[in-house]
Design a protein around this ligand. Structure first.
Ligand code: SAM
Ligand code: SF4
Length: 334
């Protein structure tokens, strides 16, 4: 018998969606200045998708041709039994890779279990190598456990570990070279992320803190030779190879470089809202579908197919203009 034809999700602009980022919680043990308010109110537990609902959504997506799932949050590793969920997702037929984004605080404890559960790659956020600064940026975070977590992940044998750093003026812009050295010495790539204007956060002035990818690149060129790489993830990253170390540096630049025409991804919030674009409000309430007809996989798949019709062409981030998007990154699943 010939194989059944694999269905795929294609939006009205002809873009194939084969990558889903799933936020498994909006909660976090950190309160990073660019991501959350110090006193952020979290979604009540009953409104967050259960692990069973999350597993069913992942299954629906893989049956619709999704090849890559990233687990994120909030901090995904503070959700109880999340490793079991990862195991269930990693064994779904058709999935090419299950990857994770974490702040690293729980990695020392969980790295071996995560590897055993089938997680292939991990992105770890690290904005500073200075203890006091790290505490200021994350408000409630401690540097030492994160560094220990990175070492534990290295020991656990993941296919790839990458660092993510959000660079802000007057906070950590002078650490660009140091963070890159730290990553390269451990054989890791590093991506620098421009801050995105998601949600208004108290006295944190985004236009004031903005530090562009082009500035970061110029800083790096004082220490390394950067050669443009043609590799693309279909996302907002542009990559360069460092001649001196052989590792890569990525720039995630939503402001200065538009990437929407090759967008291959959608996001699921912890409450089950399917976001069709990070920079727009277009969404579909999959939790309503899941709870109206529990376990109904065909209905869920149809809701996801229908959602493709409202995926917008692109985002409109503008640091100076109002209104900003009233969603914070922890609610979005960065
Ligand atoms: N808690 C995990 C972590 O920090 O890696 C996963 C979720 S976090 C929302 C994912 C990524 O989004 C992190 O690398 C974080 O630095 C980044 N991020 C959060 N808020 C952001 C913002 N306003 N602009 C750009 N990146 C942001
Ligand atoms: Fe938590 Fe990640 Fe947001 Fe920092 S960026 S507050 S670690 S969810």
């Amino acid at each position: 018998m010939p194989d059944a034809v694999q269905e795929s999700l294609v939006d009205r602009f002809g873009r194939t969606v084969d990558y889903v980022r799933i936020s498994v919680t909006d909660r976090c043990d950190f309160r990073c200045v660019y991501c959350m308010e110090p006193d952020t109110r979290f979604v009540p537990h009953a409104e967050v998708l259960t692990l069973e609902e999350l597993a069913l959504v992942a299954r629906a997506f893989t049956e619709l041709g999704v090849k890559k799932i990233r687990i994120t949050g909030g901090e995904p590793l503070v959700r109880r039994n999340v490793v079991k969920l990862m195991h269930d997702i990693s064994t779904l037929p058709g999935l090419r890779e299950l990857v994770l984004t974490t702040n690293g605080s729980q990695l020392e404890r969980l790295a071996p279990e995560l590897r055993a559960a089938g997680v292939k790659r991990i992105n770890i956020s690290l904005d500073s190598l200075d203890e006091a600064r790290f505490a200021r940026i994350t408000r409630t975070g401690k540097l030492a456990p994160v560094l220990a977590g990175i070492e534990a992940a290295r020991q656990a044998g993941f296919e790839k570990l990458k660092l993510n750093a959000v660079i802000l003026k007057h906070r950590n812009e002078d650490e660009v070279v140091g963070l890159t050295r730290y990553a390269a010495e451990r054989g890791m790539d590093i991506s620098f992320i421009e801050e995105m204007p998601l949600g208004v956060i108290g006295d944190h002035d985004r236009a004031e803190a903005y530090y562009s990818s082009d500035q970061i690149r110029a800083d790096l060129e004082t220490a390394f030779t950067l050669v443009a790489s043609t590799e693309s993830t279909g996302g907002p990253s542009r990559y360069f190879r460092l001649v001196e170390t052989g590792t890569r540096v990525g720039f995630i630049s939503p402001h200065s470089h538009n990437f929407c025409d090759t967008c291959n991804r959608v996001r699921l919030t912890a409450e089950g809202r399917l976001l069709l674009c990070l920079g727009q409000e277009h969404s579909v309430d999959l939790r309503a579908v899941l709870r109206a007809a529990p376990g109904d996989l065909p209905l869920l798949k149809q809701a996801i197919r229908d959602a493709m019709a409202i995926k917008p062409l692109g985002h409109e981030f503008n640091l100076a203009a109002k209104p900003l998007i009233f969603r914070h990154m922890n609610a979005t699943g960065g």
